[in-house]
Ligand binder design. Sequence first.
Ligand code: TRP
Length: 469
Amino acid sequence: MSTSGSSGPAHTASPNAGATRGGFSSGLGVLAATLGSAVGLGNIWKFPTLTGANGGAGFLLVYLLSTLLIGLPLMVAEIAIGRQARANPISALRQLRPHGAPWWLIGMAGMAAAFLILSFYSEVVAWVFAYVAKALTGGLLSSDPAQTQASFDALVTDPVQSLVWQWVVLAFIGGILLLGVTRGIEAATKKLMPLLFLLLLLLCGYSLTLPGRAQALAFLFAPEWHKITPAVVLTAMGLAFFKLSIGMGTMMTYGSYFTASQNIPATATRVMLADLSVSLLAGMAIFPAVFSFGFTPSAGPALVFITIPAVFAQIPGGQVLLAVFFILTAIAATGAMLSLMEVPVVILHERWGLTRPRATLLTLLVLVLLGAGCALSQSTLAQFRPGGRTLFDWADHLSSNLLLPAGGIAIALFVGWAWGERAFAAQLSNHGELGNRALARLLCLLLRWVTPALILLVMLAGLGVFSGA
Ligand code: TRP
């Protein structure tokens, strides 16, 4: 179509757009933003309850293995792709592999996944924001679980509150994104992450003085091997994807903002370890309190929004602790949402040529529309359950157990086979500065064979393909 007669890459996103592109300004900024993306509702809402419900230490082990064999190599791969191309995921994949298979479709799927995840994620964050407001005004504490259940139900079955709080969350995150990558994402996460650790340690230290400590540790760390079924393994792997924000281009996008001197494998490992600590600390902050007052941990939203308020009502100063808990959850979710929303924003900005503010507003608009499906799934749309799931549950299930793993396979194959070991290794070593050739070789080998095969196997088994009874 082009009249320029050029036989080179057809796309226009310039590889040298770096000059005008925002980016993280320092190693600390890179770490804060990337950790900010990983840490989120996954640590507080998903990790403790999934570990408790699916076999304690056994589940933890499968989760750790997924993180090491699948999560870490993919995280490194995504960041390397992003930093090489210095562009949004679609342009990045086109740029690294302009001919042959349409690898850039991974970027398209990533944008779809981002919208899907955001539409349910923003609703859970909406409840968190609503609870921060209630905790600060003293409106939440009741030691009677029936009462806290009733006030949660009142929130989620009210279409107006569900929608309005979601809009508040979207506007808040959109507002930070309007400030840009450096002054928005980086500046916010640099302030928020230390605060998160401080609040979490405070809460955890307090909780571990309670008598339910031993029972809580047993709940989290005692293995129940018989509970480990293929579906549970898929859940653990899905959690590893969700936790590390991989499989849909988030880490690719953040990689494109990495400084040139950042050590990619070391950063990924640090983020993984810090994220794991947050998960474990969250479990140790929540469960001792739960057991100390004779509650049993329940799965899903009930734990955070129903059990925890009832538990904290028993503790002297519970009102303050409760506010601290929901504020720290809101902080954790903020960094994660920033990274999720940045993907469509930068794609719309760089590929569609919208200005960044317009790209942000368009993203918000789409999310207001899509998010409503999830926000209303317990009120107006409660009866709408195609295939037995609400829209909220579909968005959660499809993203973690299908889209992210599928994206992971594609990204692994892209690096292992299409982009190739030499370019990958050059990116990992900062063009020879770091002596990590052997590591690059090992990671490439994993990405070529082990990672995609493992993901595929776990997906098929977990979705029941082999259980031909
Ligand atoms: N990792 C975040 C959490 O644990 C969620 C998240 C942010 C995410 N960006 C992502 C999940 C990209 C999947 C893909 O809450």
